[in-house]
Design a protein around this ligand. Sequence first.
Ligand code: GGG
Length: 367
Amino acid sequence: MATRKLLLLPGDGIGPEAMAQVTRLIDVLNSDFNAGFETQTGLVGGSAYDAHGQSISEEDMKLALAADAVLFGAVGGPKWDSVPYEVRPEAGLLRLRKDMELFANLRPAICYPALAASSSLKPEVVEGLDILIVRELTGGVYFGDPKEIIDLGNGQKRGIDTQVYDTFEIERISGVAFELARTRQNKVCSMEKHNVMKSGVLWKEVVSATHKAKYSDVELTHMLADAGGMQLVRWPKQFDVIVTDNLFGDMLSDVAAMLTGSLGMLPSASLGAPDGVTGKRKALYEPVHGSAPDIAGQGVANPIAMIASFAMCLRYSFNMIEEADRLEKAIAEVLNDGLRTKDIMSEGMNEVGTEAMGDAIIAKYRA
Ligand code: GGG
C-alpha cells in the first residue's frame, strides 16, 4: 500500500476541534482499511503568528508543497485584529492558495434531506438541493496590485484594492466548471458584474469563448452576481454549477451555505492544475466556515463541514470514491437519526457536541 501524505493545519478557534474528528477518521481508515495515511501537523494563522511571528512558517509551506493533500481547519479571530496586515492569520491561507497554485475552489452546497424541513426557507425551495460553486481562488481583488492604503496628506487616506483577471485565468476556471458540469446536470451559470466592471466584461467574453470552443454541449447562462445572490435565495434549484470570481465566490457560497442549514455544513476543495507527468494535483481541503471564536473551546462546533471536506479529499486527491461515498452517506444517516449540533438544532431533535457528532459519524462509517 502506497503511503498517502497528509499535512494537517488545524489553525485557530474551532479549527482544531473540527480537525480532531478527521484525525480520528484517518486512524479508522488506516486501521480498518489499511489506507496508508501518514500525517504531519503544522501551524497556520493566529496560532502560527503566536508561535513564530508569521502566519505560516517556511518549513510548513515546504511540507504543504510536498504533501499529497493539505487538510485545513480555520483561521482568524479578534485576538489578532491588530497584528500587521502582512502577517494577519488569513495571510497564511492566502499564501497557501497562491504558492500551491490552487486556482479552483469547489464549494458544493447540498441540502441533506433531514435538514430540509427545518430550513429557514420553505422546504420545497431547498429539498434535493445540490449545487456546486466553482470559485476562482488565486486571482481577482484578493491578489491584484496595487493593494494599499495611501496617505493623501490632507487628513484623508485612500484604500486601494485592484481587481485583475487575465484571459488564461478565466479560461482555466471556466474549463473546470464545464468539465464538472458534464458529470452533473450539464449546466453552468457564470456570474460577474460586466455592467460596472471591466474585469466582468472580460470574464463574460472569455467564458463564452471557452464554451463555444470546447464545451458547447453544456448549457451556459450568465447572470450579474448581485442578481445571482437574489436568485440563490429565491429559487436555488435553478442552478447546477456556478462559476465566478474570487470575491463573488466567497460571498455567494456563504449565501448558499444558509440553504444547506448552516455555514457549518459546507465543505470545500481547492485544487491546482494536474501535473503534466503524474496527473496529480496539489490540493487543500477546508470547511467554508471560519474560526468562530465565539464558540471555540466549548465543544459545540459542527464538525460536518470539516468531515465532508475530508470526504472531498478522499474523492479528488486519492480517487477513494467508495470511501468518500460511504463517509457522505454516514453524515446523511446521522442527520436522519436526528443528531444535531447547536447550529442546525431544531425542535424534537437530539442536540450533541462536536465529539459526539464525530463519534456518531465514525460509527456509521464503520457499520
Ligand atoms: N476555513 C476557512 C477560513 O478559515 N476562512 C478564513 C479566511 O481567511 N477567509 C478568506 C477567504 O476564504 O477568502
